[in-house]
Each structure stands twice: as structure tokens, then as C-alpha cells.
Design a protein around this ligand. Structure first.
Ligand code: CA
Length: 229
């Protein structure tokens, strides 16, 4: 039998902590719990969990500071738990190296899906130069031949559109911030938010059945975009 994956919950609200702990235990994870940022940092160091779920609203210190501390010495996956409407906070967390975020209140299946994705991405680092074929539902990207098809129909993308799509697809399941996408596509000093939006709407027009109700690329309002898995 495989050893259980260990998840550290850093959460001060006992109700939420109990709920998450029950859900995770039922899904065969081993759960550790910390109620303060300081305790969370110490337990991350001493117990080396496989993943940390970090509430950003902690009593003793800012959750972002906890993240910053952990990131200064560890690359383990961290998912931040944030309140609804705190988009700036989520972006800051992603920029500080969080792997993902989840917004309160959230459902069990969403929580578990985010955890699976983060654990998978940490286990196998994505190699963009592998020239492999990426298949996401009806969407197929052949990076060697640079051919994109949707339900076996070839889709013609501009080089920029292709780059954006490939970037999202190689990080499927993970939210990529506007800044991250812009930096990766246009370089560190670019200010291309408008161009990104235009490109995204063109990509959607080409790959989505109904661009108003996308099934491949989801908008994370105020944060960025996420390709489904
Ligand atoms: Ca809290």
C-alpha cells in the first residue's frame, strides 16, 4: 500500500478546519493541523507535508507572510484559501509562489480537485520542450508539428495565440495570472493586458463551441485564466 499523502491545514477557524479535515481524511489523506501562521511554518519545516492548505486570514500573522516564509526554503505545493472578492490577495499569493487558490465557501469536490492538480504538478514538472501531444477533451495540441485541432478539425492560430494556448494547456488545471501570462509571452516589461484580452477572445472564438460559455479556458475574474484538465 502506498503511504498516505500528508496535508497540513493552516487555518484558525475551527469549523472550517474540522470540515476540511474530515473531507481530506475521508479521501485517504493524512491531515495535520496548525491554527496560527507561526505554528504552520514550524510544522511545515518539521513534518515536511506533501501539500499545505493555507488560510490567508490568520490571527498572528498575514497568510502572505507565511507563504513568503515557506517559499524562501521550500517548493512544496501550497494552496491558499481566500475569502470571496479578495482578488488582489489571490494575485499576490500566486505571484509569491502559491500553486493555486480556493475561494470560501467552496465545495468538497472543488477542494479535492485542486489538491490533486497541485500534487500532480509538483510530482512531475511540466516540460514544455518535450514536443509531446496534449489532449484536453476534444482539444489536441501537437507541439512538435504545431497543429491544434478541436474535435479533429484543424484550428488556425497566430503564433501568439498558439503560445498562450500552449502555456495554459501545459499548466492545465492551474490558474495563470494575467501578469504571468504577459511576462511569459511578451517579456518582463510588457504592459499588454489589453492585447492579452483580445488574443484570449480570439482563441476562444476559434476553439470554443460557444465563446460566451467557454468549456476549455475559464476566466478567473480579476486574477487570470485556467485551462480545464
Ligand atoms: Ca481565518
Amino acid at each position: 500500500m502506498e503511504p498516505k499523502r500528508v496535508i497540513l491545514l493552516i487555518e484558525d477557524e475551527i469549523g472550517i478546519s474540522n470540515f476540511m479535515s474530515a473531507v481530506l481524511s475521508a479521501s485517504d489523506y493524512q491531515v495535520l493541523r496548525a491554527e496560527t501562521g507561526q505554528q504552520g511554518i514550524e510544522m511545515t519545516a518539521t513534518h515536511a507535508p506533501d501539500l499545505v492548505l493555507l488560510d490567508l486570514g490568520l490571527p498572528d500573522m498575514d497568510g502572505l507572510a507565511v507563504l513568503e516564509n515557506i517559499r524562501s526554503w521550500s517548493a512544496l505545493p501550497v494552496i491558499v484559501v481566500s475569502a470571496r472578492g479578495h482578488e488582489k490577495e489571490k494575485v499576490a499569493a500566486l505571484d509569491l509562489g502559491a500553486d493555486d487558490y480556493i475561494t470560501k465557501p467552496f465545495g468538497t469536490s472543488e477542494l479535492l480537485a485542486r489538491i490533486r492538480t497541485a500534487l500532480r504538478h509538483s510530482g512531475a514538472k511540466v516540460d514544455q520542450s518535450s514536443g509531446s501531444i496534449i489532449q484536453i477533451n476534444g482539444l489536441q495540441i501537437d507541439d512538435e508539428k504545431r497543429i491544434v485541432t478541436v474535435n479533429d478539425q484543424v484550428v488556425h492560430l497566430t503564433p501568439i495565440e498558439y503560445k498562450i494556448l500552449l502555456l495554459l494547456a501545459t499548466h492545465a488545471g492551474k490558474v495563470l495570472t494575467h501578469d504571468f501570462l504577459i511576462r511569459e509571452i511578451w517579456g518582463p516589461y510588457a504592459n499588454e493586458s489589453q492585447t492579452l484580452r483580445v488574443n484570449m477572445s480570439n482563441i476562444r472564438r476559434k476553439i470554443e463551441q460557444n465563446p460566451a460559455e467557454p468549456t476549455y479556458i475559464m476566466t478567473e475574474v480579476g486574477v487570470g485564466y485556467r485551462m480545464v484538465e
